[in-house]
Design a protein around this ligand. Structure first.
Ligand code: UFG
Length: 324
């Protein structure tokens, strides 16, 4: 069995990737400090090493002890607003964490890496849909930290497939988005509604059809599938550094997402001022992933919303039962 280290495997995206790898016959091993990840998200039978990715010695021994052939690196701080208020945390955790992992991979002679990057590397897009080669001018330390890591990986001998995620949402494999500090649109609206609180729309005066921001929402299970395809390429011997946008090429406005959710639960909406730093429109051109990896998002907004609502409804009822 091919052993894969999923660094950050107890987090939202990492747990979906781990479940998919398990289902496809790989042997995933999770490395996670559980700062934002959840032990409950680790599937039964999967080994977890609890530690910080900046602990190079621990990462090295984990790679060697488990005969790891490739790494999926997802450990990162990822709240854009927090990256603005505490930039050094982001450069330390994200950039120093990646450097530590690369050192450990070199010490353990592991040369295959799938790296989790972000659409935040582009900053304000010069055109939409955004192509991988477009200008990269991040407007917050989170995006800057991910772009730096891409550049660092490029200058090493590591063979890497990097993915720039657009707006990841939805749920699968009985796991889902469980951030203590939630900022993302879909879980914020659902969680607020289930807790009888209003949901907020930040900004209705953007230069878009209905005045609200447009994003490219990609289902987390589709995203996990892309990671497995990236791993396959590396395991078959692909060398060098390749980067791919992961999105659907379709934009949905905040109001359109709210309407999708309203089909399932009764959302009360409050209109608010713009949230600082939100570009009006972010849509991926994902042709490169389609042409080279034969990857295409199969699940649309309706499925994303349906799966997210189901996950949060189940979570809330489990919580209520616990309290009783
Ligand atoms: N929004 C609301 N109400 C909410 C939450 C969000 O109206 O309660 C709006 C935001 O203002 C924005 C849109 O919904 O217009 C999407 O916001 P998210 O926070 O869900 O996602 P972002 O587009 O801000 O962020 C995503 C990723 C980041 C990544 C960024 C790239 O989650 O990790 O894209 O620009 F950095």
């Amino acid at each position: 069995m091919t052993s894969i280290l999923v660094a950050g495997g107890a987090g939202y995206i990492g747990s979906h990737i781990t479940c998919l790898l398990l289902q496809m016959g790989y042997q995933p091993v999770i490395f996670d400090n559980l700062s934002t990840g959840h032990i409950e998200s680790v599937p039964e039978g999967v080994k977890i090493v609890v530690g910080d990715v900046r602990d190079t010695a621990l990462v090295t021994s984990t790679l060697l002890d488990n005969k790891i052939e490739a790494v999926v690196h997802l450990c990162a701080s990822s709240i854009v607003s927090e990256s603005v208020s505490d930039p050094l945390k982001y450069f330390d955790n994200n950039v120093c964490g990646a450097i530590s992992l690369l050192k450990a991979m070199s010490a353990a002679s592991v040369s295959k890496l799938v790296f989790s990057s972000t659409a935040a590397v582009y900053g304000e897009p010069t055109r939409v849909p955004i192509h991988e080669s477009d200008q990269k001018l991040p407007i917050n330390p989170y995006g800057a930290s991910k772009l730096m890591i891409e550049q660092i990986i490029r200058s090493t001998n590591i063979n890497c497939v990097a993915f720039r995620y657009f707006n990841v949402a939805g749920a699968g494999f009985n796991v889902g988005e469980m951030h203590d500090c939630e900022t993302h649109l879909i879980p914020c609206i659902i969680k607020n509604t289930l807790n009888q609180k209003p949901a907020f729309i930040f900004g209705t005066d953007y230069n878009t059809a209905d005045g609200t921001c447009v994003r490219d929402y990609v289902h987390v299970v589709d995203l996990a599938v892309a990671h497995e395809l990236g791993l396959q390429r590396l395991l078959k011997g692909q060398t060098g550094f390749e980067v791919y946008n992961l999105g659907t090429k379709n934009g949905m406005s905040v109001k359109e997402i709210v309407s999708e959710i309203q089909k399932l639960i009764n959302v009360e909406v409050v209109l608010k001022e713009r949230r600082p730093g939100d570009p009006a429109v972010l849509i991926a051109n994902a042709d490169k992933a389609e042409n080279e990896l034969h990857w295409k998002a199969e699940r649309g907004a309706a499925e994303i919303v349906k799966d997210a609502v189901k996950f949060h409804v189940d979570q809330e009822s489990a919580l209520r039962q616990k309290k009783q």
